[in-house]
Design a protein around this ligand. Sequence first.
Ligand SMILES: C[S@@+](CC[C@H](N)C(=O)[O-])C[C@H]1O[C@@H](n2cnc3c(N)ncnc32)[C@H](O)[C@@H]1O
Length: 297
Amino acid sequence: MAEDDFDQLLLEIRDGFASLPDKPEETPESILKALWMMAAGEAKSAELAVHCELPKLSTPAQDHLQDLIGAWRTGTPLAHLTGRQNFCGMELLAGPDALIPRKETEILATAALDLIARCQTEHPVIIDVCTGCGNLALLYASRFPRALVYGADLSEAAVALATRNGEFTGLADRVEFRQGNLLEPFADGQFDQRVDVLSCNPPYISSKKVSLMPEEISGHEPAMAFDGGGFGISILQKLITEAVRYIRPGGYLVFELGLGQGPSIIKKMERNDRYSHVQGRDDEQGNVRTIVARIAP
Ligand SMILES: C[S@@+](CC[C@H](N)C(=O)[O-])C[C@H]1O[C@@H](n2cnc3c(N)ncnc32)[C@H](O)[C@@H]1O
């Protein structure tokens, strides 16, 4: 298979292509290149594949490519077909066991990295709950080798994928993953008032809306990763209440939230005297997508 074939397949993929707002890196070209590389036996995320020189495909590899394109057309997420997703420049394993990390979460990642950089302690203690495939916890460990990083998730399958990602990225000995409900895995007392930065990308979609999400999401990614209860904010509220036990005075809670949830959550936290300097971080459209809150000294 050569250049002409690529152009023909690209036309076919463009036909009827609908971009997903939370996966802007997936364009017809990056999708086809990622599937082509996969058919050639090289697993790459869309973000990396788009820059690759494409190898020639053998006849069996061409058949494999057709199968991959077929599966993508019928709604299987690209990251499940390649087994890869890129997050903040870090290539990770992806699969049905946990949410595929989204570009929008880079707002939370950037805010958390800034906070960790400001920590005065030699070995800052960082916890990431609702860690999913471990993307945030592993990113913190990769950028701050002296930090003591922990990640946790309620889903055993997600924790297993995060653990595999620790090995895949070579960071297995720098992040400890635990399983349990929100902060319960850290409730043995040793983390009380010791955490410098607590980060979280919780489920924040209302239960009713989860089943109405595009088939590529609702049919393939775990509902537990999205479902934030009746109004979408039950886990967020639990986090805001429980985090104060763990974060040291002057430390930070930083979390992602859904479109439209920012203003009311900021007001609520400003009324809570355990928090000070509550700030929103916006996306390019001016929507608050991450909140940074300091624990009152
Ligand atoms: C939106 S996903 C975030 C995954 C990952 N941190 C990311 O940024 O891509 C939310 C995660 O929260 C987990 N989760 C849901 N309810 C939870 C709970 N009560 N305690 C801990 N984790 C929970 C889900 O399993 C899922 O992995």
